[in-house]
Every structure is written in structure tokens, then in C-alpha cells.
Design a protein around this ligand. Structure first.
Ligand SMILES: *Cc1c(COP(=O)(O)O)cnc(C)c1O
Length: 482
């Protein structure tokens, strides 16, 4: 009760300017309340409810779990979601009643209102961060075509069966064919769990007990403490480092290549840029040494795109002479988490036949989503990257106009690709700027709205929010200010 009272009163204090002092319920903390009639009534009603709570203990009136669960709405929910999520919603409502935040007779309704949308614990979130591929928000958002493909493949499916002959068929052959068709230069393709798995498979199959020749300028950490050198060495391959942090020449590679070489590895330093006195050996300069050239391009751009001139793409890298290209599925490709391996038929076949490949193989759902991403409509990632700033400004202004909130304004801002890709690219954007105190209640909205904090303000960039969800953002902001 006290925490809830405190939260509400503090919110009032934060969001209103026209205030009077009021001795609140939260111990000795002086609380400020707005003096406008509407707000005062709400606040006073709340405080008197609190006072009543002190005199009459209504906790014994809280209905028992089995009584609440017998409600037809909750019985239906148990069918749909299973018993545990429904019980958790009931317990949460009872807990709020015990804490005096809910009247006992409202427990059942509150449990119904608190039911999760699905039996899974992951909640859909509105990404208003202006970071298109946000790692903490699951990187690429899938297209509805990809979601439909996942649903279609979720039951029994012909992932490894040829329906015309009735015989076993290559797993995920239509997804692999779609990927191969998107990158005609690749003689063969293979898909594993993620980019890191693709690297591990290549290192294990082509260089275990031997050497991987790699530039010191490309020994990168990809995030959350994961370092590619550690990942590669975990396979039993040895790293043969060449060049320096800022400069590596083709001659450095030439001097290091020998009978122990498994392959030359080039890694796109996707999440940082080195400037100044720098040079790197282009893929083209490394193809004559008689060993495979494997290139980890990171982000999964299949073909060059003018929006991202500094991002390497699979087709261009193969054209430059790479034998094998490695990329992620859930970065700039805009698909599900996956590791793509494209290139020489002989190398891809060696990887595919290696025992480790079975441990890294992808699920039917991934194959379904990948195919729908590669062959289907423009995924949300690219809609967000190409969003017209003027349209974004108009949407944000419309939202702001309906807010009627002091402290809300529309400001120009900068959006980024994120997900460890295109670190230099700045996308001209617009944001709704709000007082910082909105951040927490917006994260607790349904669905949660996640913005970003910049110079002490909460910025909401609608670039990655479907326009159909603007109404939900509006409602969340209005509710947060109440
Ligand atoms: C992101 C990235 C990886 C790791 O890929 P995951 O799909 O996250 O496992 C590896 N190398 C580079 C260059 C990357 O950008």
C-alpha cells in the first residue's frame, strides 16, 4: 500500500507543475499534489481508501485460489494456457489484495485482466529505442510472412520428406534453395544455429589442430564478453595472428601461410571503426595462397545496398574470391537467428558432413522463417531502415498533439542500425521527448513501450513501432501520467 501510494503520489508530483504540499501516507516523506480539481479528487479518494484500510482488515475476504479458478473465464484460460500461468495470475491478484492495493471482490476480475497473452514468458514489446536491431529486444523483428511460415511449419511438416516420392529428403531444402537463389554466386549453402556456430563449424571442420591465419585488427569481441579468438580456439584450432591492430598487409598473410594453415579468416569489425593510419588486406589480395579464404561478414547483407555502403555483402565478398562467407540471419537480413554459410560446394559439403553439424542444426521453425524472409516481402528491419523521416515526423507530431502533456515535445534525433552493425551509420529521425519519469511506467505498460534515455530525457522513436501501434503508445503514455 505504502509503495503503491508513494509511487502514485510521486508520479503526480513529477508530472504536474501546479502543486500544493500535502502530508502523504508514505511515512514522513512530504508529498506534492496538484491542486486542480480533477486530480485532487482522485488523490483524495485514494488517500481515504488508504485510511479505511488501516481500520478494517479485509484480508480474510480475499477469495481462495480454487474459488477464483472456478470462474468460467479462468477455466477457459486454463484450457488455453495451462494451469500454471493462470494460477500465477490468480496469486498475483491475491497478493495485491493482501497488500491492500485491490478490493477482495475484485480479485477474480484482476486475475482475468492479468492473464498473459500466451503460455510463453516472452512478452511482445514496442521497440521505440530508435535502435533497429536491438540485441536485448531480440534483434530483427520478423515479417508477418515469416510468422505465418512458422505457424504453418509448427505441426507435422515435410521438412525432411519428399511428398512426391514418399522418401526422405534433404532437410530444409526449400529454404536452402531460396538462400542459394538469393546469392547465385554461392555454389552451395548451409544454415546453422547462429553466426558463432557457423564460425565454430568452419574452424572445427577446416582447422582443428591446425592454424587459422587472422589479422590482429580483426580479433573482435562481439558483445556480452564473447570474443571471437576465444571462440575459435575453443575448437582446437590455433590462431596465427598477423599484422598489427591498425595495419595488416597481404604480405603479412603470405608470410604466415604454410603447411599448418587450415584457412585464412577475415572478420568484418562490425561494431567498431578504426580510423587514421590504417590498412587492411582486401579479400581479393588473399586468394592466391592455396588455402581457403573464409570471410565472416557479420550482418547478413546478401547483396550490396546503397544505404549501407560500408557493410560487406555476401555476393560481393564471393565475387572478390572468398571461398566461404559466414553471416547471421537476424541482423541486416532481418530474419530469424541463424548462421549462414555460403560458398564453395566442396567446403560447404565438408562442413555439412562433419559430426558437429548435427549439434548445430536449425529447427524447422527457423528454416520456415528464413525462407519467408529471403523470398518474401520486405522485412520490418528494412522498412525501419528506409523509413521516410518526414513521415516519421508527422506521426510523432500527431502523437504529441493528442497527448496534452506538459513536457512532451517532438525533437529531431538519430536512429542507428544496432546489433553490432554499421556503427557509423546515422539515420535522421524524430522522437517524442518526455520527462525521464515516464520510462519505468512505460516499460510496465501492456504492451511495454521501451524508449531510450538521452541527456536526461526519455526519447520515443517510432521508426520501429508499427504505425498501427501508435494508439497503444498514446494510451501507455496517458496511463503513465495518471
Ligand atoms: C554478430 C557477429 C557474429 C556473431 O553472430 P551471432 O549470429 O550473433 O552468433 C560473428 N561475427 C561478426 C563479425 C558479427 O558481427
Amino acid at each position: 500500500m505504502i509503495t503503491e501510494a508513494f509511487r502514485r503520489l510521486v508520479l503526480l508530483a513529477v508530472f504536474n507543475t501546479d502543486v500544493t504540499r500535502y502530508p502523504g501516507q508514505a511515512g514522513s516523506i512530504p508529498v506534492r499534489l496538484r491542486s486542480s480539481p480533477g486530480r485532487s479528487v482522485a488523490a483524495t479518494a485514494f488517500v481515504s481508501f488508504a485510511a479505511r484500510e488501516v481500520c478494517v482488515d479485509r484480508r480474510r475476504d480475499i477469495p481462495r485460489t480454487d474459488v477464483v479458478l472456478a470462474d468460467p473465464r479462468l477455466r477457459a484460460a486454463t484450457e488455453r494456457l495451462g494451469r500454471e500461468p493462470v494460477k500465477a495470475a490468480v496469486h498475483a491478484a491475491q497478493q495485491r489484495a493482501r497488500a491492500g492495493k485491490l478490493a477482495p471482490e475484485d480479485v477474480t476480475d484482476a486475475a482475468v485482466a492479468g492473464l498473459p497473452g500466451t503460455a510463453g514468458g516472452l512478452r511482445p514489446v514496442l521497440n521505440a529505442t530508435g535502435v533497429v536491431l536491438h540485441t536485448n529486444l531480440g534483434r530483427a523483428a520478423l515479417s508477418s510472412a515469416a510468422v505465418d511460415a512458422i505457424v504453418a511449419a509448427s505441426g507435422a511438416t515435410d521438412v525432411e520428406l519428399d511428398l512426391s516420392s514418399g522418401k526422405r529428403a534433404r532437410r530444409g531444402r526449400t529454404a536452402l534453395a531460396a538462400l542459394a537463389a538469393a546469392v547465385p554466386r554461392a555454389e552451395a549453402v548451409h544454415v546453422v544455429n547462429n553466426g558463432a556456430a557457423a564460425l565454430v563449424l568452419a574452424a572445427t571442420a577446416l582447422a582443428a589442430g591446425r592454424e587459422i591465419v587472422v589479422s590482429r585488427g580483426e580479433m573482435v569481441e562481439i558483445g556480452d564478453g564473447f570474443r571471437l579468438p576465444d571462440l575459435l580456439e575453443s575448437t582446437g584450432a590455433r590462431l596465427r595472428e598477423v599484422g598489427t591492430t591498425n595495419r595488416t598487409s597481404p604480405a603479412d598473410y603470405a608470410a604466415a601461410v604454410g603447411p599448418e594453415t587450415g584457412f585464412i579468416l577475415k572478420v568484418h569489425p562490425s561494431n567498431f571503426v578504426v580510423r587514421g593510419f590504417t590498412s587492411a588486406a582486401p579479400v581479393r589480395s588473399l586468394t592466391g595462397f592455396g588455402v581457403p579464404v573464409v570471410v565472416d561478414i557479420g550482418s547478413g547483407l546478401l547483396a550490396a545496398d546503397p544505404l549501407l555502403p560500408d557493410e560487406p555483402d555476401a555476393a560481393g565478398t564471393l565475387r572478390d574470391g572468398a571461398d566461404l562467407v559466414i553471416a547471421s540471419g537476424d541482423k541486416l537480413l532481418g530474419g530469424p537467428q541463424a548462421g549462414l554459410l555460403l560458398g564453395s560446394a566442396a567446403l560447404v559439403e565438408r562442413l555439412r558432413r562433419h559430426p558437429l553439424a548435427r549439434a548445430l542444426r536449425v529447427d524447422k521453425l527457423t528454416l520456415a522463417a528464413l525462407e519467408a524472409t529471403v523470398a518474401g516481402p520486405v522485412p520490418p528491419t528494412w522498412q525501419a531502415l528506409r523509413y521516410d523521416p518526414e513521415e516519421l515526423r508527422e506521426r510523432t507530431v500527431r502523437l504529441c498533439a493528442r497527448l496534452d502533456r506538459a513536457g512532451a515535445e517532438v525533437i529531431p534525433s538519430v536512429a542507428v542500425v544496432g546489433g553490432g552493425g554499421a556503427p557509423e551509420l546515422q539515420l535522421a529521425s524524430w522522437s517524442l521527448s518526455l520527462p525521464l519519469a515516464y520510462a519505468e511506467p512505460l516499460r510496465h505498460a501492456d504492451p511495454p513501450v521501451v524508449g531510450r534515455v538521452e541527456r536526461g530525457r526519455l526519447l520515443l522513436d517510432l521508426r520501429c513501432v508499427p504505425s498501427a501501434a501508435d494508439e497503444l503508445v498514446l494510451r501507455a503514455i496517458l496511463a503513465a501520467g495518471d
